[in-house]
Design a protein. Sequence first.
Length: 233
Amino acid sequence: MMAKVLQRHWGVAVMLAMLGSAAYAQFVPPAGYSGGKTQPGVAVVTDPTAPRLTRLPDSSLTSLFQVDPSYKRGATTGSIKIVGAFQIEETSTRQLTAAWSPGFLPVTLSFSDGVCYSFQADYTGGTLSNGKMSKANCGSRRDFDEPPQPAPPPGQSLKLIGSAWQHAAWADQRAGGTIITAPDRDVFKPLFTARMDVSAIMAMSGPDYPGGNVTLVGRIGGHLTIVTLEVGY
């Protein structure tokens, strides 16, 4: 199993190296990363057919994401911070069907009209800006092997949504919302909860610190939304 995990991480590392240093910063910004002044939330639209993006204020969603108060890793407690939230417009003929990413960004979104778009944003000044949508190849999806997830305690009505870089998203069928578990655990260990109807999770851990980024795709108030968080565990 360890060999598979190492092979997977090595494959992604090679891919990032090929993309160049600028793209690598977008995937795994170091703690406290800041790359210049903040830019507009949404970039100038160059494709009028692309779904319309709206940059949501991070502070407007803070109450929806809470660190599990019981989370501990030695003396360390968990932490989360929203660094970007974007609402994506759907129509009666264009509904989201799937979403995937090799890291936490960019995210490829597949819609019911058979068209795929890539959502990208710049990670500068500790936040996401210049969000944009561009047409993408629907055949670009690559599923990486993920280790089996530790089972939740008996009696909990949870359904696995998906996992990425050993983070996992679980739908709480009884209380509603979603539970995100921490990586590198032999036991089920909730890191934070999201009052969000999550349909896909993307993530990438930092190479030299206990943290990284998690991106959730789903619905908030019925609206298709992408939320990226900086997490510590």
